[in-house]
Ligand binder design. Structure first.
Ligand SMILES: Cc1cc2nc3c(=O)[nH]c(=O)nc-3n(C[C@H](O)[C@H](O)[C@H](O)COP(=O)(O)OP(=O)(O)OC[C@H]3O[C@@H](n4cnc5c(N)ncnc54)[C@H](O)[C@@H]3O)c2cc1C
Length: 464
């Protein structure tokens, strides 16, 4: 075997048992869950167990000018954790301890590899609530959630990961261990550097410890309403009305293609003649949840819903939500799928779903659209008949049209999955040259050798 001084020094720095160079094993660190992109073979993978090990590894990477790719649980849907050739992958999945739950200050401190559900369950036992709940919450990590500013099903009422970040320990791109943010409830002191790190997708360092805010447990969910609409615009009207008057704890949408895919797989009997379906829940305390659900039903009926179903049975609600969480997998069963993630103002969600249907028709591609209707975040999913090159090219144009439609409505190219590899080319469409230049200057100041996830987000020093 050829000797590699960088790898030898890494073994000294982090321990040989944490260093992987076997290509067969490294292969399993080459891609997240994005189906359209695949990372390249890294030079070496490390699976550290401490911040000090990571700091030593990053200092070495600087000395040898080796690109660094931070990874969590590899559940990402934008290719953000995919390595480039010759890089050092730092996979923190093994740093998975909950370090502290502080019941007075309502904070939990965790290592970055802690799985979202593990944190939720641990704090729930003590009467607290950690709200962000990506559909992947059983297998994604808190470090990945912070790095992508992950959203989820209950964000419509409780906000996204950024709203729960208190204090972050990071290893900077030059190898310093830094603590960003503050454990206080409020702070007006200086720049909010912890928030700068949120959503930075591994381009500004490695997150090694996170102190996340908690809430007191809400009231149990009062029930679940499923309303179906035969006209998309009417569903948009209902969502607008609900958003302006009420505060449901969950407000999801699925279009006909998605419902059909879910029914075909899970046989849940959701109305599949309708063009779109809304699923809503309420957790207002003191019996008012039931009242809020009645108001949601009334709004849906007034907006034109043909069928409204309500259940108080938690098992049935769990099955419905599980089906919604598995919408992507259900669509993937129908053929090669390309998932998009766009956000529009809630006021324009019905219009956006209609626009997606028109774009699908124009390119003759099946698109199943589902997502977090209450916060304007949709996941149009292209289902392809094959992986033939000409099909992929048409799909790429369809995908680009959907992103352009979201931007034309004042939306965003990514609501929660991030930029990674798949949205890089759209960054300038959302931000324009000046804002990108600011991002680039921040990146260059913090990562002067441009080593951290160098091909993602603000991916090119010379980007026009
Ligand atoms: C079925 C399914 C449903 C999903 N539903 C949702 C959803 O509802 N909402 C949502 O937001 N996402 C969803 N996702 C996407 C994904 O789970 C999230 O993006 C999640 O936050 C990624 O976490 P991870 O630990 O897997 O990170 P990875 O995939 O390992 O990494 C994601 C990004 O974060 C960076 N990163 C990871 N850990 C660190 C660290 N410690 N320090 C620095 N950078 C780091 C990586 O470099 C990469 O850029 C879903 C995915 C699947 C497969």
């Amino acid at each position: 075997m050829n000797s590699d001084i960088f790898v030898d020094r890494l073994r000294d720095a982090v321990g040989s048992e944490r260093v992987i160079v076997d290509p067969d094993i490294m292969n399993s660190y080459r891609a997240d869950r994005t189906t359209t992109v695949q990372g390249e073979m890294p030079r070496v993978v490390i699976t550290p167990s401490s911040t000090a090990q990571i700091a030593r590894a990053v200092k070495l990477a600087n000395e040898f000018e080796v690109p660094v790719i931070p990874q969590g649980a590899l559940s990402g849907l934008a290719g953000g954790a995919d390595p480039i050739s010759g890089s050092l992958v730092i996979n923190v999945a093994k740093m998975d301890r909950i370090l502290d739950i502080d019941p007075v200050n309502l904070l939990a401190t965790v290592e970055p590899g802690v799985i979202n559900k593990t944190l939720k369950d641990a704090v729930a036992k003590e009467g607290f609530f950690y709200p962000p709940d990506p559909g992947s919450y059983t297998f994604c990590s808190i470090g990945g959630n912070v790095s992508t500013n992950a959203g989820g099903l209950c964000c419509v009422k409780y906000g996204v990961t950024a709203d729960y970040v208190s204090e972050l320990e990071i290893v900077s791109p030059t190898g310093e261990i830094m603590t960003l943010g503050r454990r206080t409830k409020k702070s007006s002191a200086g720049y909010r550097l912890a928030q700068l790190f949120v959503g930075s997708e591994g381009t500004l360092g490695v997150l090694t410890k996170a102190t996340m805010r908690l809430r007191h447990a809400p009231a149990p969910v009062a029930g679940t309403v499923v309303a179906s609409f035969s006209i998309l615009e009417e569903m948009g009207d209902a969502l607008r009305e609900i958003a302006s008057k009420l505060s449901p704890s969950l407000l999801e949408v699925m279009d006909q293609e998605t419902v059909r895919a879910i029914n075909a797989w899970k046989n849940l009997g959701i109305d599949e003649e309708a063009e779109a379906v809304i699923v809503a829940q309420s957790d207002v305390k003191g019996g008012e949840g039931a009242e809020e659900l009645k108001l949601i039903e009334a709004i849906c009926a007034q907006s034109g819903s043909g069928e409204i179903y309500r259940t108080e049975d938690p098992d049935e609600a769990d099955a419905l939500l599980e089906a919604r969480r598995l919408a992507l997998t259900a669509l993937e069963r129908l053929g090669p799928a390309i998932l998009d993630d766009v956000g529009v103002p809630v006021s324009r969600i019905g219009e956006m779903i209609s626009e997606i249907a028109k774009i699908a028709k124009k390119w003759q591609i099946t698109v199943g659209t589902f997502g977090h209707g209450g916060d304007g975040n949709l996941h149009p999913t292209l289902v392809l008949p094959s992986r033939d090159q000409e099909v992929i090219e048409i799909a790429d144009r369809c995908f680009a049209d959907i992103v352009a439609a979201a931007l034309s409505m004042g939306g965003t190219i990514s609501g929660e999955h991030g930029i990674g590899l798949i949205k890089r080319d759209f960054m300038k469409d959302q931000y324009g040259t000046e804002e990108i230049e600011w991002m680039r200057r921040i990146k260059a100041a913090l990562d002067p050798k441009w080593l951290f996830n160098p091909n993602k987000v603000v991916f090119d020093r010379l980007m026009p």
